[in-house]
Design a protein around this ligand. Structure first.
Ligand SMILES: [Zn+2]
Length: 128
């Protein structure tokens, strides 16, 4: 166990969205580190709940982050021009919202947030 504060991001594997997500979460929430769980278009996976193996794998990694790193905050991130999720920018927030519900159903006592990364690789308004 460490005394550093962790948050967790369920993020795309896309190299363009790693640093923006880490920096935003550190700045907004004052955490020291961000555990990164990556899949191609994870918001779609968690919204559709069809790919059992991927869902279980995300769940296992998230459990480690929550129990071993004491993470109290999980961010689900979707982004512009995602190779893993062809959804348009109207559909993507709905998927992020459904993904939040999925993750919140696993862990009721942690905060689950969602946001989208836009065309300029900036964090856009939170999805609620
Ligand atoms: Zn992506």
């Amino acid at each position: 166990m460490t005394d550093k504060r962790f948050a967790t991001a369920i993020n795309c594997m896309d190299g363009r969205v790693q640093i923006p997500v880490i920096e935003w979460l550190k700045r907004q929430y004052g955490v020291d580190y961000v555990d990164m769980i990556t899949e191609p278009g994870p918001e779609r996976l968690l919204a559709e709940r069809k790919d059992r193996r991927s869902i279980e794998s995300i769940g296992k990694r998230l459990e480690l982050s929550v129990t071993r790193h004491n993470s109290k905050l999980v961010a689900i991130v979707g982004h512009h021009d995602c190779a893993g999720n062809p959804a348009d920018k109207e559909t993507q927030p709905k998927q992020i919202l459904a993904a939040i519900r999925t993750v919140q159903s696993w862990f009721s006592d942690i905060e689950v947030i969602g946001f989208r990364i836009g065309e300029n690789w900036e964090v856009q308004k939170a999805v609620t």
